[in-house]
Each structure stands twice: as C-alpha cells, then as structure tokens.
Design a binder for this molecule. Structure first.
Ligand SMILES: [Fe+2]
Length: 194
C-alpha cells in the first residue's frame, strides 16, 4: 500500500496538535486544582483528590508516550545498528522474531505497544498498554507505537497497513540512544532497584 509521505506527515502533525499539546494544558489545569483540593475530603470510591490524581497520571502518561512515539517515527530507511541487533537477538532470538512479537501485540493492543528496558534486571521486553495508565514500573521505553484508532484510521485502510508502515519508519538511532541511556542508569541504580 503506497501512501503519500506528505499525507502521513500532515496526519502526524494533526495528531501531535490534538494529543500531547491539548493534554499539556490539561496537566496545568489539574496542577492548579490540586493546589486547592480539599485533602480532608477523601474516599476510595470518589473524592476530588482521587479523581484529580488519577486523571493527572492519565494525561501525563499520554504526553510522555506520545512524545516518545513522535520522536521514534520518521522517514523510512533507518536501520538498527549491529550492536542493537545483537541486544535484540539476545532477548528475542532474532530481529525478525522481535518484529513478529511486536506486530502481534500491536494487533491486539487497544492503545500502545512498547519495547522497554527493565531496570530491575536489564532485560528488554515487549509490553502493551490498553490506555495511558497501564504499564510496568521501572521500565524505560525504548520504542513506542501508538495503535489508538486516531493514530491511523484516517490514513490507513487497516491497522496492519499502519503497523507495516510504522516498522519501516522506526528511527533506530533513537532506540539506540535510549538503550544507551537506560544501560547507564541501570549500572548506577542496580544495587537499589531489585
Ligand atoms: Fe495518539
């Protein structure tokens, strides 16, 4: 399926305006409300503090995941470095097997697919999240894919076509940069995070 790259870029721009940009304003609004919230009025079913904190995490994670996604998608042609291929082979057997697993998760997730670096043991694992509030603590995202329908429905006829396009547009140098940073953090905090 050949798609005009200009249309893809325009769609990414619209996506960026709609999600992280709008949600950044919501984060400011929630922070302002949290300053004034009544901390004496608390209840695990409903209270303003609970709701504000819950939606704060939702908006914050959405902004962070979208920013990571927009950073790791770009022009086709980027290839993973031999060092990165070695790391992926070490955990998945081959780059093709990693791609197969990542693609399968992209087909069944309702929101996000993430290749993550686990700070507890230094492993890299594929995760998915049905919404912005799901995820595993102490995991640094290396590669993020947005599979919400807003990410592809107006451009691609199927999710499969979108995933195929994404795989060609991964900016592998960004993944390598994140992996290097994650490994440096891992070395420093290893005695603490277990
Ligand atoms: Fe999105």
């Amino acid at each position: 399926m050949n798609i005009d790259p200009g249309i893809v870029w325009k769609h990414l721009e619209e996506h960026h305006k709609l999600y992280p940009a709008v949600q950044k304003n919501k984060i400011k609004e929630i922070e302002a409300r949290l300053i004034r919230v009544d901390t004496a009025c608390v209840d695990p079913t409903y209270c303003p503090l609970r709701s504000l904190k819950k939606e704060y995490a939702y908006a914050l994670n959405s902004v962070r995941l979208h920013n990571l996604y927009f950073e790791n998608i770009g022009e086709p042609g980027s290839k993973p470095s031999p060092e990165l291929v070695n790391v992926i082979e070490g955990y998945f057997g081959s780059l093709q097997e990693w791609e197969k697993q990542f693609t399968a998760l992209a087909a069944c997730s309702r929101g996000w697919v993430i290749l993550g670096f686990d700070l507890t043991d230094g492993a890299i694992i594929n995760f998915f999240a049905d919404d912005h509030t799901e995820g595993v603590w102490s995991v640094i995202p290396l590669l993020v894919l947005d599979v919400y329908e807003h990410a592809y429905c107006s451009i691609f006829q199927t999710r499969t076509a979108y995933i195929e396009s994404f795989l060609k547009r991964i900016q592998w140098e960004i993944v390598s940069k994140r992996l290097k940073a994650a490994r440096e953090v891992f070395k420093k905090i290893q005695p603490v995070v277990k």
